[in-house]
Design a protein around this ligand. Structure first.
Ligand code: ZN
Ligand code: ZN
Length: 348
């Protein structure tokens, strides 16, 4: 099969490698129909997180089951499924506590190397899914891949960020980030009843998309002081909730400046370095800070009805649909923010 292989920072390539095989009775082999380059793939692409040379990458994918291990109960050849980015056993204490991303029963992330479970990724024609009966979620036939794909990662993650922020109807919400997560946080915050949604970013083409997605105000932080503007909009009070959708220390520290006393700060960005949290502000303003990796498995079936009935169409973030062979170009344009790229999806 053809698959996307990590070579070294700044270098992925499409190679012909052996087809994956069933190794355990709970495995399935999935024929990938659509996958995506995720913002977190850029971490190894930029050399910020280590990755094994020669490893098949990609953790956002969906497809049709091609082959089923005899212990993968409830799944059959031909089933259409979305994969959350994390493999989980469904029966360990963490899975039972609702955190499949902490699974201690063989859990791990697709496409992130041996350090994350060694599960080959989905930027490929086929992928082996371990613990498939408790990892995969079936999806209906009649909806396009483009609308379903992000249930496995970015849409669920953005929704999770809004949910953690405990948004109440009528509230003002600030979203930091104009990438796929920030953009999908706009309809997510609206679902919880946010009345005023402010998006802070620094790419005009992305902020235009945020506006189209329903943001009431967009602020280009490379052109104006976002903190000042947000305090103006909120009459000097601050926003009820701030969502950090980047993984940027500057943005996280800014959330402490624009959130009202008693407000909630939630984050789904990935912080690779410690952040000096201003504990005195935290203390004097009684903030709540919540965040973490999204247990996406739990959100696929929860959010599916919203996609099915057209309440949210997450496909609006897609700017490029490339053949698998062009994946290296997909990484490059997402990394360099060229060609007005926001989200690149891949068709094997
Ligand atoms: Zn991801
Ligand atoms: Zn588990």
């Amino acid at each position: 099969m053809k698959a996307v292989i990590y070579n070294k920072p700044g270098d992925v390539s499409v190679e012909k490698i052996a087809d994956p095989k069933i190794q355990d009775e709970r495995d399935v082999i999935l024929r990938v129909t659509k996958s995506a380059v995720c913002g977190s793939d850029l971490h190894f692409y930029r050399g910020i997180v280590p990755m094994d040379e020669g490893f098949v990458v990609g953790h956002e994918f969906m497809g049709v089951i091609e082959e089923v291990g005899k212990g993968a109960r409830g799944l059959k050849k031909g089933d259409r499924v979305v994969a959350p980015f994390w493999v989980s056993c469904g029966s360990c204490v963490h899975c039972k506590n609702g955190l499949p991303t902490s699974c201690g029963g063989g859990g791990g992330c697709f496409g992130f190397g041996e350090g994350f479970g060694g599960y080959g990724g989905g930027q490929a024609e086929f992928v082996r899914v371990a613990l498939a009966d408790t990892t995969l979620e079936k999806v209906p036939e009649k909806i396009e891949d483009e609308k379903l794909l992000f249930l496995g990662d970015v849409f669920s993650t953005s929704y999770y960020c809004a949910e953690l922020a405990d948004i109440k109807p009528g509230q003002t919400v600030v979203i930091y980030g104009d990438g796929p997560l920030g953009l999908l946080a706009v309809p997510s915050a609206r679902l919880f009843g946010a009345a005023e949604i402010i998006v802070v970013g620094h790419h005009k083409y992305r902020l235009d998309m945020a506006k189209k997605a329903g943001a009431d105000t967009v602020i280009n932080s490379s052109k104006e002081d976002a903190t000042e503007r947000i305090m103006d909009i909120t009459g000097g009070v601050g926003a009820d909730a701030a969502l950090e959708c980047i993984g940027s220390q500057d943005a996280l520290l800014d959330t402490f400046k624009v959130t009202r006393p008693g407000g909630v700060i939630s984050f789904i960005g990935l912080f690779l370095e410690p952040v000096p949290v201003p504990m005195l502000d935290f203390y004097l303003k009684n903030f709540t800070l919540r965040g973490g990796v999204c247990p996406a498995k739990n959100y696929i079936t929860k959010l599916l009805p919203l996609v099915e009935n057209g309440t949210v169409d997450p496909s609006f973030i897609i700017t490029h649909d490339l053949p698998l062979a062009d994946t290296p170009k997909g990484y490059e344009i997402m990394d360099k923010r060229t060609d007005n790229a926001v989200k690149v999806v891949l068709t094997p």
